[in-house]
Design a protein around this ligand. Sequence first.
Ligand code: ADP
Ligand code: ZN
Length: 430
Amino acid sequence: MFQPELETLPRPQLKALQDERLRHLVAYLYERVPFYRQRFQERGLSPERIQRTEDLLQLPFTRKQDLRDHYPLGLLAVPKEELARIHASSGTTGKPTIAPYTRRDLEVFAEVVARSLAAGGAKPGMLLHNAYGYGLFTGGLGLHGGAERLGLCVIPASGGVTERQLLLINDLKPEILACTPSYAQTLAEGLARQGLEPEAISLKYAILGAEPWSETLRASIESGLGVKATNIYGLSEVIGPGIAQECLERQGSHLWEDHFVAEIVDPERGEPLPPGATGVLVLTPLTKTGMPLLRYWTGDLTYLIEEPCACGRTHRRIGPILGRTDDMLIVRGVNLYPSQLEELLKEFPEVAPFYQIVLRRPKTLDELELKVELKPSATSIDPQGLAERIVEKVRQRLGLTMQVSLLAPGQAPRSEGGKLRRILDERGKL
Ligand code: ADP
Ligand code: ZN
């Protein structure tokens, strides 16, 4: 562990630390950010009313729209001169939001990433190949800062140019790979094309995140690269990657609760859900100073795991991200998350974990085409029969009729380094 005393802090102490930090945060925001002061005043709340994390329920959520309304820097709590860096979200779901950091924020960012890397197997002295994109995206520089903090040596490869990445991995022999899961898969396939065995390369651990991924993809990456792969989670509005990270037990990702308060709420009504229920993750960063937020609505769907973890860390875990509310497709009135299709495809051993969803509206009704890739080993099957079986299962399970087409191995879109876009929405296009 990077910070064993904090990572194994007994829960009563962890809770007391959260409450104390929350009181400080609320007073800080009330004093410095007109948007939050107004929100308190509108509700007739004085900041002293928020004493414990349970009291957060009295406050409204902060949503992406609030950040857009105050674009770019309207929610700053410090003078601009005190900022040290500015990142932006990837803009997966619209205009990017701005993520400003003070020097202190960068220290917190590095600390949580260092903890995360250590939880995923990294040790000081190891070499990390960082194929997260460097730039506005928080992945590249975020992992970089945390790796240096932990005492690793970093290869700042950034995304793209897969051949060169493989050459560097081959020659420099890093133990750790950090990138998106879809790009790890691209690297694994590139390796196979070069005829290299996973055992022949030096990689031992892969720290993967920034997009949803499945156990099937994990298995494929682990065998393709010879690594133990763990999940890292985060979003730029709250700090970036490193908010939660799987330990090597790999039974959920520890959310670093001394820095972030987590709630799981009902996606429609916003009410708190009972332990273990799936809902939207709402996060309050406790220690940020540049642009702290209260109750940030991540839109990510997951659940909290309260049971103690065998690794000894006391911080609660989140399950995998099952989708994001803004990813929900509404097709002819039926709500559909891409992860539901992915889950269903697992039941067909002939198909690889790569797919694409194309939405069209040729006349007035939406039509959905699901393109699924065959495994290399499945070339002798009856494609028509398989497609029909998938159509039927989707109809039974999800109540939707869609067209299914099969792609030859390697034909579904692959990541070139960043997040993979699996949904092609052509509605509105002629
Ligand atoms: P954008 O919202 O534009 O993609 P970010 O680059 O800040 O902006 O990405 C944050 C989002 O990426 C999260 O809200 C979540 O939806 C997704 N994400 C990050 N890490 C993971 C992960 N480990 N598993 C699934 N989704 C993730
Ligand atoms: Zn653990």
